[in-house]
Design a protein around this ligand. Structure first.
Ligand code: NAD
Ligand SMILES: O=C(O)C1=N[C@H](C(=O)O)CCC1
Length: 251
């Protein structure tokens, strides 16, 4: 049985992970960490360093500012971590990279299998279409989301740039632009409203034709399942920074 600490346990995703784990005998939530200390069916702490329960892994769905402290405590406890939180700054990402020299860390802005398949499709399309098509990404999320653009949109854009001969420059929205689109641009646009779980469209717009590759998340459970799957994967790995690509490769 895998013993899990949920970081961000009182949030929307923390609760989904706890529910899915409770339904599966392979997993047990031994504790949670959150700045909101509302009681749950396991002990809730305000800091990972105070958690007394023995665990095998931490799953994090919290807030970007909370991540460096989480990673430092995981380092002290020598615990593997799955980081799903988005909106991380360069500085916060560097804390993760440094810690991954000593503990295994799995990080993905999108834990769903579908988005990771979309990324593979988009990379293939980008390789073929890079000469003549403009690429724009539109993401849509619920009105509670704090970061924009989504971590997934940025992850898709970075994956596209990996395969292009000439790297694109990201343009976030166009409301400040009063000039024609340049060919080296990759537009990224965020929409927020209602209860949209998560939509990503990658648009390849050419002369008189448009190809759109899209993913629509229809529940938060797809991210929760993915995080539990990642937790199982990361336990026992060597120190390093792992991604969904590593998980998909392993099968
Ligand atoms: N990678 C993925 O697949 C994926 C999927 C969904 C959400 N997310 C990301 O996960 C994060 C959480 O999403 P959510 O919808 O559950 O948000 P949420 O706001 O519902 O939950 C966040 C939780 O973190 C807690 N928190 C905030 N600051 C904290 C701190 N300093 N210390 C401890 N706890 C703290 C909050 O109290 C809250 O309970 C976001 O960054 C979101 O973008 C990623
Ligand atoms: O609900 C959120 O917040 C989500 N965030 C991730 C992102 O920023 O890409 C993944 C989808 C849901």
């Amino acid at each position: 049985m895998i013993r899990i600490i949920i970081h961000g346990c009182n949030g929307k995703m923390g609760k989904v992970v706890a529910k899915l784990a409770a339904e599966n005998p392979d997993f047990k939530i031994v504790a949670g960490v959150d700045k909101n200390l509302s009681p749950l069916e396991f002990p809730v702490y305000s800091d990972l360093k105070d958690v007394k329960e023995e665990a095998d892994v931490v799953i994090d769905f919290s807030y970007h500012e909370a991540v460096p402290n989480l990673v430092k405590a995981a380092l002290q406890k020598k615990l593997p971590v799955v980081i799903a939180t988005t909106g991380l700054s360069e500085e916060e990402l560097n804390v993760i990279k440094d810690a991954s020299k000593e503990i295994p860390i799995f990080k993905s802005a999108n834990m769903s299998l579908g988005v990771n398949i979309l990324i593979n499709l988009v990379k293939e399309a980008a390789k073929i279409l890079q000469q003549d098509f403009d690429i724009e990404i539109i993401e849509k999320h619920h009105n509670m989301k704090k970061d924009a653009p989504s971590g997934t949109a940025l992850m898709i854009a970075d994956s596209i740039n990996q395969v292009l001969n000439d790297k694109k420059e990201y343009v976030y929205g166009r409301h400040t632009k009063t000039e024609q689109r340049k060919t080296n641009e990759l537009g990224i646009h965020a929409v927020r409203g209602g209860t949209i779980v998560g939509e990503h469209q990658v648009i390849f717009a050419g002369h008189d034709e448009v190809i759109t590759i899209s993913h629509s998340a229809q529940s938060r459970e797809i991210f929760g399942y993915g995080a539990l799957h990642a937790a199982k994967f990361i336990i026992g790995q060597k120190p390093g920074l792992y991604s969904m690509e590593d998980l998909v490769k392993k099968g």
